[in-house]
Design a protein around this ligand. Structure first.
Ligand code: GLN
Length: 484
C-alpha cells in the first residue's frame, strides 16, 4: 500500500510507530502534487519549503519522544483561511497578491498540533459557487472524471483529498460548500454547528452562515480533526463558549436506538431514480445497524433556497465592501479620483458571480426593498429553524441525499445560475438554522460518487460522526479512490 492510500489515522499510527517519517510522508505528497496536480488544479499555492521544515521539526519531536497530537501529519488549507506570510487569495483576483499578516485560528490550531502545511487549495471566488468554476485561478477537475466538476466552493480541498494529494483538508460551508464537494468527490465532509469552529481569520462571505470544517476520507479522520479545530475563541464574537467532547470517543458510541428522521417533503422533490434508490439502500443499512427510522415533516423546506439567496448576498454585499483598493488587495491602475478608484478596482477585481451576488444583496438591503426582501427572508429563516426544532423533538438526526445527483460536466451549469444554486437544495437548511451536517459516500452512479447527508441538533456533531462511522464500518464506498 502506498502512503497516500492510508487514512490520516493510519498515517498517525505509522508515524508513532516509526514505520515512516514525516519527511518521507511529506515528500511523498509533494511528489504526487507535482506530478498530478497540474491536471487537477486543486492547489493555488504549494508551501513546499515550509512543509519540509515542519516535517523535519515533527521528526525531531518523534525522535525525542515528545510528539504533538497530530505531529507530522500533512494537511492542506482552503485558501479562505489566512496564513501568516503566505499568499491567501480566496480564489479572487482581488486578493491575488495578498500575503496575510496573521493566521486564522483554525490554521494556528493545526500548526500548534504539529501538522505540516502542504499548501492552500483552490476554491470558488469568495466561496461563491458549487462547481469551482468561478475561481480566478482556474477551474478544478474532479479526480473521478476530469470532465466533471469537483463541486464547490471547497472544490480544491475536495479534489486534493480525493486524488490522494493530501490526507485531509480544511474547508468552509456557507450553504453546502463542504458537504456538496464531499458528495461529488466521494469524501466525508463535516460542517460543524455555527460557532463551534472559530471564524477568526476566515475570509467572510456571509458571516451568519459561514462555518469552517474538514474534508477527509473517513468519519474517524474527521473526528480527529474536529478535536483540533473546535472550541471557544475570544477573537470571534460568535464563537460558542461550550465544552468540546472528544469526538474520537463519540464515534465509538453505539448506534442502536438512534432515531433517524426522513423528511417526507424531501422525497417529494424531483430527484433521479438512482438517488432515490441509493438513499433508500442507505436507510436500510441504518435499519440493519439498529437505528430507528421515523418520517418527519418539514413544511417550510421550500423556502430555504430563496431565503438563502436573499440573505447570503445581502451579507456578502456588506462584507465585500471592504475591497475598495484603499486598504489592501487589488488596486486599479492610475485612478483619476476616488470614485474611479473604487469603481474600477471592484469592476476589475471581482468576477461575475461575485458581482451578481453584490448586486442582489445591495438591492435586497436598499431602503425601498429592505422590508420586502431582507426582513421577510429573516422571518422565513426563523420558520425553517422552527421546523428543525420541531423535528428534533422526535428524532436525533435527519437524513437526506446530500445533492440532487452525482457530479455534472464542467460548463454544464455555468450559464444557468438557478440550476447551479439548486445543487445546495438539501444542504442550505442546516446553515440557515446553524446546525451541524455531515456528508459521506453512500454509493455511486456511472463511476461517480454519491453522498448521503445527516443533519444533527445544535452541538451534536458527535452523533453525526458516530452514525457515519458505523455506516463506514459496514460499507466500503469511502475506501474507493479514483485512479489518477
Ligand atoms: N453554493 C453555495 C453558494 O454559492 C454555497 C457556497 C458555500 O457554502 N460557500 O452560495
Amino acid at each position: 500500500m502506498e502512503l497516500h492510500e492510508l487514512t490520516l489515522k493510519e498515517q498517525l499510527e505509522g508515524l508513532k510507530s516509526s514505520s515512516f517519517t514525516s519527511v518521507e510522508l511529506t515528500e511523498h505528497y509533494l511528489k504526487r502534487i507535482k506530478k498530478i496536480d497540474p491536471e487537477i488544479n486543486s492547489y493555488i499555492t504549494i508551501t513546499e519549503d515550509l512543509a519540509l521544515s515542519q516535517a523535519k521539526e515533527a521528526d525531531t519531536r518523534y525522535n525525542n519522544k515528545n510528539p504533538l497530537d497530530l505531529d507530522g501529519i500533512p494537511i492542506a488549507h482552503k485558501d479562505i483561511f489566512c496564513t501568516e506570510n503566505i499568499l491567501t487569495t480566496c480564489g479572487s483576483k482581488m486578493l491575488s497578491d495578498f500575503i496575510a499578516p496573521y493566521s486564522s485560528t483554525v490554521v494556528s490550531k493545526f500548526i500548534e498540533k504539529g501538522t505540516v502545511m502542504l499548501g492552500k487549495t483552490n476554491m470558488d471566488e469568495f466561496a461563491m459557487g458549487s462547481s469551482n468554476e468561478t475561481s480566478y485561478f482556474g477551474a478544478v477537475k474532479n479526480p473521478w472524471n476530469k470532465e466533471y466538476v469537483p463541486g464547490g466552493s471547497s472544490g480544491g480541498s475536495a479534489a486534493c483529498v480525493a486524488a490522494g494529494l493530501a490526507p485531509a483538508a480544511t474547508a468552509t460551508d456557507t450553504g453546502g460548500s463542504i458537504r456538496q464537494p464531499a458528495a461529488l468527490c466521494g469524501l466525508t465532509g463535516i460542517k460543524p454547528t455555527y460557532g463551534r469552529v472559530s471564524r477568526y481569520g476566515m475570509i467572510a462571505f456571509a458571516s451568519s452562515l459561514d462555518q469552517g470544517g474538514v474534508l477527509t476520507r473517513s468519519a474517524e479522520d474527521a473526528a480527529i480533526l474536529m478535536n483540533v479545530m473546535s472550541g471557544y475563541d475570544p477573537k470571534d464574537s460568535t464563537s460558542l463558549n461550550v465544552e468540546v467532547p472528544d469526538f474520537s470517543q463519540e464515534i465509538g458510541k453505539p448506534i442502536s436506538g438512534l432515531k433517524i428522521g426522513i423528511p417526507i417533503e424531501l422525497f417529494e422533490q424531483d430527484m433521479p431514480d438512482y438517488v432515490r434508490k441509493n438513499t433508500n439502500e442507505a436507510i436500510d443499512i441504518f435499519k440493519e445497524l439498529g437505528a430507528e427510522i421515523k418520517e418527519i415533516s418539514f413544511p417550510n423546506i421550500d423556502l430555504s433556497l430563496p431565503v438563502y439567496y436573499v440573505l447570503a448576498p445581502a451579507e456578502c454585499s456588506a462584507n465585500l465592501s471592504r475591497y475598495d483598493g484603499v486598504r489592501y488587495g487589488y488596486r486599479c491602475e492610475d485612478p483619476k479620483d476616488i470614485e474611479d478608484l473604487y469603481m474600477r478596482t471592484r469592476e476589475e477585481g471581482f468576477g461575475s458571480e461575485v458581482k451578481r451576488r453584490i448586486l442582489i444583496g445591495t438591492y435586497a438591503l436598499s431602503a425601498g426593498f429592505y422590508d420586502a426582501y431582507y426582513l421577510k427572508a429573516q422571518k422565513c429563516r426563523q420558520l425553517i429553524a422552527n421546523d428543525f426544532s420541531e423535528a428534533f423533538n422526535s428524532v436525533d438526526v435527519i437524513l437526506s441525499p446530500t445533492t440532487p445527483g452525482t457530479s455534472f460536466k464542467a460548463g454544464e451549469k455555468t450559464n444557468d445560475p438557478i440550476e447551479m444554486y439548486l445543487q445546495d437544495i438539501f444542504t442550505i437548511p442546516a446553515n440557515l438554522a446553524g446546525l451541524p451536517g455531515i456528508s459521506f459516500p453512500c454509493g455511486n452512479h456511472k463511476d461517480l460518487p454519491l453522498g448521503l447527508q445527516l443533519v444533527g441538533n445544535s452541538l451534536e456533531e458527535g452523533k453525526l460522526l458516530m452514525a457515519a462511522h458505523h455506516f463506514q464500518q459496514t460499507t466500503n464506498w469511502h475506501k474507493d479512490m479514483p485512479k489518477v
